[in-house]
Design a protein around this ligand. Structure first.
Ligand SMILES: [Ca+2]
Length: 131
């Protein structure tokens, strides 16, 4: 049992070190401006391979009731900066279900429950980010 726990702990350490998702406190754009949240098109059940593919950035106080068409129902993982929060909706114009993410890494939006049977994978259509 102890060996199993030790192995599991090591595996988690390894994943932590190799994590591809950026740490919340390090979120900046190419010019060094603070980003409120970064949303990615891909996720992975191996957490160190999550936050893949293309990404879209939300800046502090950015209010986007209608997500750009090519990003609609596409986001699968996300990171919210320290002291920021990201509110998302499942339908454009802030309709449908609503969910607020505080600072941290969401490796698998598939694991974030929406309603009784649904989840948030490929289902974000509007967002509002504040810091
Ligand atoms: Ca996706």
């Amino acid at each position: 049992m102890k060996v199993v726990v030790a192995l599991l702990f090591c595996a988690l350490c390894f994943l932590g070190l190799d994590a591809q998702c950026p740490e919340p406190g390090t979120l900046k754009d190419a010019e060094g401006n603070k980003i409120c949240a970064r949303m990615f098109e891909d996720s992975n059940y191996y957490y160190n391979q999550s936050c893949g593919g293309e990404y879209i950035d939300a800046y502090p106080s950015e209010d986007v009731p209608i997500i750009p068409w090519r990003w609609n129902n596409r986001i699968s993982s996300l990171v919210v900066n320290k002291l920021c929060s990201l509110t998302v909706w499942s339908r454009i114009k802030k309709n449908g279900s609503k969910r607020k993410f505080s600072s941290g890494i969401q490796y698998l939006l598939k694991d974030v429950q929406q309603g009784l049977l649904g989840n948030w994978d490929n289902d974000i259509s509007a967002y509002y980010c504040v810091c």
